[in-house]
Design a protein around this ligand. Sequence first.
Ligand code: SME
Length: 151
Amino acid sequence: MELDLLKPQIDQIIADTERTPDQKMEAICELLQTSVAHYDWVGFYFKNGDKNELKLRAFAGEPTDHTIIPFGKGICGQVAVSNENFVVPDVAAQDNYIACSINVKAEVVIPLFVNGENIGQIDIDSHTPDPFTEADERFLEYINKKVATLL
Ligand code: SME
C-alpha cells in the first residue's frame, strides 16, 4: 500500500461535518488498520485531564487492557515525556515495554502536538518484524497534524 494514496481519504474524514472528532478518529483508525498490511492495531491515546497518564480515545484492532498508561511506562508513556517519535523494530528488545498481544513484533508511536504541546499520540502495533520506515513516520505525522485541527 502506497501510504500517500490514503491521504485524500484521511482529508475527507477530517472534513466530514456529519461526524464528531471521536468518530473521525475511529474512522481513521479503521481506515489505517484495514488498508495497511503491516498496521495490525491502530489507536489514539491522549493525556487524561491533568493526570500524568494517557487514556485510549479511539482504536481499531483487538481490544486492549491498556486503556490507561502512566507517563514514562511502555513505549507510549515514554513518548508522552520525550516528545519524539519512537520506532521499535523488535519489541522483544525493549525493557520498558507494555505487551498488548503476544503476536505484536514491532511498534511505532508518534506524538501529537497542539500549539507546540504534546497532548497525545498515534500508536501502531505490527505483527510483522521491523516493518516501519521513514515513510510511515512522515505519513503518521501528517495524520496527527490533521487530527490536531479537530482538538
Ligand atoms: N505497547 C504499548 C502499549 C499500548 S498497546 O500497544 C495497545 C507500550 O509499550 O506503551
